[in-house]
Design a protein around this ligand. Structure first.
Ligand code: AMP
Ligand code: FE
Ligand code: FE
Ligand code: ZN
Length: 283
């Protein structure tokens, strides 16, 4: 049986692996396919596609967009996206600018708390266009201002802690529309983490294609609940490890995976969406 891990981060967002390392780990885990889903970024897709091709693995171009619905943060995964779509790239560039400003604001708040971190130290460590709280946390540990990432989040960076800065986010329907415009399929990421199931019918109305039922932080009961919801709303099912590399101890890649027939269903839907959109584009 072939398997795929459909939720992975690289150093192009808050993961620590380079594309070649991701491909090597995927090979070691005997995965047949992987998707790269960096937060608010598609930059890593080109290199990861090349590394996967060299390793004989199938690669699916993806992203994980930060969105909100009723003031809750939601993550929307896009799969089989056209990573050159100008509308998607323009919107992602704005998200990245907001992320960079947010890092500066988090650092300013830390400085007011007499924590002497510099924004440049965070940017140098992040070395990507979509920096976030994990990079601030790693910079705090590197500068010996915190002893662990957990301490950095607990003391400063978690929601409502003193250096927490909210993100300006696009609406969930906007994220779904963006993914569709880039010929991708839109999937609600790790709904069990947000526990906001009441938003799902609205997202389905907005065109949601699938739910990530299998995720590292979903218990068996949680996965079963979302499998039922997926069935009720006729949604596709996805799953993945949400591996961020070595940043959280042992790499998670391959620990959550879906059988390959799930990928085939995604592909069929992506092809349908693409042919519908080219029909719409033809006068
Ligand atoms: P951001 O997008 O900048 O708000 O950062 C969110 C990311 O931070 C998530 O995708 C996780 O990778 C990470 N994260 C969130 N909470 C924690 C935590 N308590 N400890 C470690 N990492 C966390
Ligand atoms: Fe992350
Ligand atoms: Fe997420
Ligand atoms: Zn993720």
């Amino acid at each position: 049986m072939k398997f795929a891990d459909l939720h992975l981060h690289s150093h192009f967002s808050d993961g620590t692996y380079q594309p070649a390392e991701l491909a090597a780990h995927a090979q070691r885990c005997q995965l047949a396919a992987i998707a790269l889903t960096d937060h608010d970024s598609v930059e890593g897709c080109r290199d990861t596609a090349r590394e996967c091709a060299a390793a004989g693995l199938e690669f699916i171009a993806g992203t994980e967009l930060t969105a909100e619905q009723n003031e809750d943060e939601l993550h929307l995964l896009g799969y089989f996206i056209d990573i050159q779509n100008p509308t998607l790239l323009k919107r992602i560039a704005r998200c990245q600018a907001v992320r960079q400003d947010r890092v500066r604001e988090m650092v300013a708040r830390l400085n007011r708390l007499k924590v002497p971190l510099s924004a440049d130290a965070v940017f140098a460590l992040a070395n990507c266009r979509a920096p976030g709280r994990p990079h601030v946390a790693r910079a705090l540990v590197k500068a010996r201002l915190c002893s662990s990432l957990d301490e950095a989040f607990e003391r400063f960076l978690k929601r409502n802690r003193p250096a927490w800065v909210p993100k300006l986010k696009m609406s969930a329907p906007e994220a779904i529309e963006l993914i569709h415009r880039a010929d991708g399929i839109a999937v609600l990421a790790h709904p069990g983490l947000n526990r906001t199931d009441d938003v799902i019918p609205g997202l389905v109305q907005a065109g949601l294609d699938g739910i990530e039922c299998f995720h590292t932080k979903h218990s068996t009961a949680t996965s079963e609940r979302y499998l039922e919801l997926a069935c009720r709303f006729h949604l596709l099912v996805t799953g993945g490890s949400d591996c961020h590399g070595q940043s959280k101890g042992k790499p998670l890649i391959g620990t959550v995976k879906v059988p390959y027939p799930y990928v085939e269903k995604l592909k069929t839907r992506a092809a349908e969406l693409k042919s519908n959109s080219s029909l719409r584009a033809t006068p």
